[in-house]
Design a protein around this ligand. Sequence first.
Ligand code: AMP
Length: 217
Amino acid sequence: MLNIILMGPPGAGKGTQATRIIDEFGIPHISTGDIFRENIAKGTPLGLQAKAIIERGDLVPDDLTIGLVKDRLCKDDCAKGYLLDGFPRTIAQAEALKKMGPEIGRPVTLVVDITVPDEVLVERIAGRRVCPKCGASYNVNSMKPKVEGICDRCGAELIQRKDDNPESFKVRLENYYAQTQPLVDFYKEEGIYHHFDGMIGFQKVSEGISSLLQANK
Ligand code: AMP
């Protein structure tokens, strides 16, 4: 069963790999960041609560985030597996998932962590453009769309995320090292942790993840 967590600092390539994985394995992509951004765009109560926090690069409180992930994992499409991207980001979230997964019959089976040195992350985030409609990621230097400014997958106009600025990025990276990186040891202890070096190139990382998933489906 492919009940997967995709981990890594902002800019490591999670979103790009996620798009590939869901296309190959036909499991739903659950990105908490995408869910928050949709709520912000629609002006829902959750969006209003999360907007300022996200724009400055901080983490949305655990109770809000855990609740929305639980609701999403209970949906029927997750019965065939799921890809969590951007959750958990704190030990409290990981503990909550460890409890809720077996309760709802959908425990996490694999953790895929992609790492890249900080100086590369800074460059990637500065050049990142995203599709507000389907969530696909591009880069003005290294991963250009076929037509400038337009999403290859769905034709929507690409944007720069509000939190992809140097100040918010610094906060996001600090939060990553302080709050999210401790999850590496958490999942190593669970025996389900797999590391990929994001510097070997998108294609090689993708092939490595694909073999791991094929062997575990
Ligand atoms: P991402 O698209 O994964 O980079 O997430 C964008 C932003 O959404 C993060 O910088 C946080 O502010 C918020 N966010 C996403 N996932 C979580 C989470 N699991 N816990 C807390 N905040 C989150």
